[in-house]
Design a binder for this molecule. Structure first.
Ligand SMILES: [Zn+2]
Ligand SMILES: [Zn+2]
Length: 679
């Protein structure tokens, strides 16, 4: 009997309304396989609609005038810690053998001070755990790209299960970064969850699990350190069965903390004050006594004679070693940007964190910036690929059912695709605009700033902005209006006994199902001309960020909600106040102002170049303007050579008339609207 199947296109059977009816079982089977294929395409492709294109950190060896020794302030008390152990969870679906309490009890019996449980996507707490540290293991991808989320405030459920590009891994690390004290990449060698150069190019994670009962990730670690990312090592059993002596008590982290309580342990992990031991419970392992620095000489001392001590530097090269010694001295050469020690004896192997060239306390790379247009195209591409594949797979099925059941007139596929495309083109620029707006302050250029002249900037007698100022702008991507923006000044308010103005910067855009509403607000002390508080409320489609910074300028301290206190400059300015502050500067073409007042210290100095005078026309009218280009020097984070220019009225007020961010693929702009109810 000849086949009654309709013709196939590209291997997909194409149901056709006029095709002769196939037997019912065959129709059902075909529909089932279509649904499975549609689900597969969805899982494989749709997550990429969320993944932007990041600007990778450029690899730059550690540098700086001083050496950072993570053990410089080490006290006498060490806590034996394991952060990675699985219990039975999810009804036995994941592979832990024993209960939460049994796993915890087993580690305490093995002499651990910190017995962390790390179930998949689940924060577990044992009944007797008095020094509870919330941890979970993130990831269910088939390639075992897993992360340990330590000091987790919530569980990030989302993962990309099938195939993760480097950008996807970066996206996931960025999600975790915002919800936990520390993120550790674990077992990168298992199914090559992370490639070696790949891990060295990623950022937004703090720690690397350098040893587990599975294997050794030293090669990954050296690649990361060689790239200049200050990621510290932890070591864990990653046990799934506490009865198995090959899995338990074989790899641990010695943490230099005064107690096993979570805050102390987290502080030590952040500072690198720990080392990894791969040993066994049947033999006692050696202990680190001290790491001391004298000039460029590093002296590492243990509590007993070690069989072998090695010094490893850039590229993972063993630069020096000694056999049968209790201590080792190594003089750092100019070619060494970090140096770490690995020491072995019969009791096990100790992996120390490196001494690093630096200007202050080194920190791991944060989440990188994103490339606006590339992200837009990539996301749009994912949506189109997904939509196209679904349309191809389910063509006929859905439309036929709708027509049959509801008598609906369904737009032709081509029309609905055009509508969807148009909607997306409108929506996605809005999505990234806030980011771009932030980045306008964050643009960087690699050109040298030789000609930059540092100037003492005395506060002007009269501020060029007043309470009640309100300026509204059209927000455009190329020629398309995608929303509006505004700058406003309100107050006066009082904050910590100081009189402040509230400088507000707002962006509205998108379309009904994808709204962008971003507000940044600065509490600006007009007498001292610095910011006392900065809030960001960013809503971009499904994403929401709420950040709250309090600045204590006299102590050069900032407190970000949910984060430990951090250093800032003595007279901080934030994204919102910077744009107002710039207006107080003298603006003669050819002049360059260098301002080291951006609250994120490492992005200073901000250079403000006054480029030219220009007469321009915007919706509000024609203006004589002076054109300014702000440049924030960040260590290669925003290596995309975008340029931002701001047009201010060429008068004492320096009203912002126009702002353009030129990117490699197009331009974004704010254009002053006619005053409506400006006071
Ligand atoms: Zn895992
Ligand atoms: Zn695990």
């Amino acid at each position: 009997m000849p086949s009654l199947d309709p013709p196939a296109i590209d291997g997909h059977p194409v149901p056709h309304e006029s095709a002769p009816a196939a037997p019912a079982w065959r129709r059902a089977g075909r529909r089932a396989s279509q649904v499975v294929a549609a689900l597969l395409v969805t899982v494989l492709v749709l997550p990429y609609a969320l993944v932007p294109v990041y600007t990778a950190h450029s690899a730059t060896p550690f540098s700086g005038p001083s050496l950072f020794n993570p053990y410089a302030k080490a006290g006498a008390t060490w806590q034996r810690a394991n952060f990675h152990a699985h219990s039975r969870a999810w009804g036995g679906l994941t592979s832990g053998r024993q209960s939460v309490d049994a796993v915890h009890a087993a580690y305490i019996a093995h002499g651990y001070d910190v017995a962390g449980l790390s179930n998949y996507h689940l924060i577990s707490r044992a009944a007797g755990d008095t020094s509870f540290l919330p941890i979970y293991e993130h990831g269910f991808s088939i390639r075992k790209t897993h992360q340990l989320v330590i000091g987790a405030r919530e569980v990030t459920a989302f993962d990309i299960p099938l195939w993760q590009t480097t950008q996807a891994k970066q996206y996931l690390l960025a999600q975790l970064h915002d919800t936990a004290a520390l993120t550790a990449v674990v077992h990168p060698y298992l199914r090559t969850g992370y490639g070696i150069p790949q891990l060295a190019s990623l950022s937004g994670y703090d720690l690397l699990e350098v040893r587990s009962h599975w294997n050794d990730a030293s090669r990954w670690w050296d690649a990361v350190l060689t790239a200049g990312n200050a990621v510290w090592a932890i070591g864990n059993d990653d046990s799934h069965d506490v009865q198995n002596p090959r899995e338990v008590g074989v790899v641990w982290t010695m943490v230099n903390a005064s107690s096993a309580r979570a805050p102390q342990v987290l502080d030590a992990l952040r500072a690198g004050a720990m080392y990894v031991v791969a040993g066994t419970d049947s033999a006692s392992a050696a202990h680190l006594r001290s790491v001391t620095l004298s000039g460029d000489t590093i002296t590492t001392t243990f509590d007993r004679t070690m069989t072998n001590i090695q010094v490893i530097t850039d590229g993972g090269i063993v630069r020096a070693q000694v056999d049968g010694a209790i201590a080792m001295r190594y003089v750092l050469t100019p070619a060494d940007h970090y140096a770490r020690v690995v020491a072995t004896d019969a009791g096990g192997t100790l992996y120390l964190n490196p001494v690093i060239r630096s200007a202050g306390r080194p920190a791991p790379w944060g989440v990188p910036g994103t490339q606006f247009i590339a992200s837009l195209l990539s996301r749009l591409g994912a949506l189109l690929l997904w939509g196209g594949a679904l349309a191809l797979l389910l063509r006929g099925t859905v439309a036929r059912r709708l027509r049959k059941q509801r008598g609906l007139v369904v737009a032709s596929p081509r029309t609905s695709r055009l509508i969807a495309l148009f909607a997306m083109v409108l929506a996605w620029p809005g999505a990234a605009i806030a980011q771009t707006q932030t980045r306008i302050q964050g643009q960087t250029q690699t050109q040298t700033q030789d000609q930059a002249q540092t100037q003492t900037l005395a506060p002007p007698a009269a501020l060029p902005f007043r309470i009640g100022d309100y300026h509204e702008y059209d927000l455009k991507f190329g020629a398309i209006t995608v929303g509006s923006g505004s700058l406003s000044v309100s107050g006066p308010d009082t904050l910590r006994g100081r009189e402040v103005l509230r400088l507000r910067y707002e962006i509205n855009g998108g379309i009904p199902f994808f709204r962008v509403h971003d507000v940044m607000e600065s509490w600006f002390d007009t007498e001292s001309m610095h910011s006392l508080r900065f809030t960001q409320d960013l809503n971009e489609g499904p994403k929401h960020y709420n950040r709250h910074f309090d600045f204590y300028p006299s102590e050069k301290i900032m407190l970000e909600r949910g984060k430990p206190r951090a250093a800032t400059v003595g007279s901080p300015l934030d994204e919102a106040s910077f744009i107002f502050f710039v207006r107080t500067l003298r603006m003669s073409p050819g002049e360059t102002h260098s301002v080291s007042r951006y609250f994120r210290i490492d992005a200073n100095p901000v250079t403000i170049q006054v480029l030219r005078r220009e007469t321009i026309t915007v919706p509000a009218g024609t203006f004589n303007t002076v054109v300014v280009r702000p440049i924030i020097r960040t260590s290669g984070i925003f290596s995309e050579g975008g340029q931002a220019e701001l047009w201010f009225t060429d008068d004492a007020l320096h009203t912002l008339v126009q702002l353009k961010a030129k990117l490699s693929f197009g331009s974004l702009g704010l254009y002053l609207r006619p005053a409506r109810n400006r006071r």
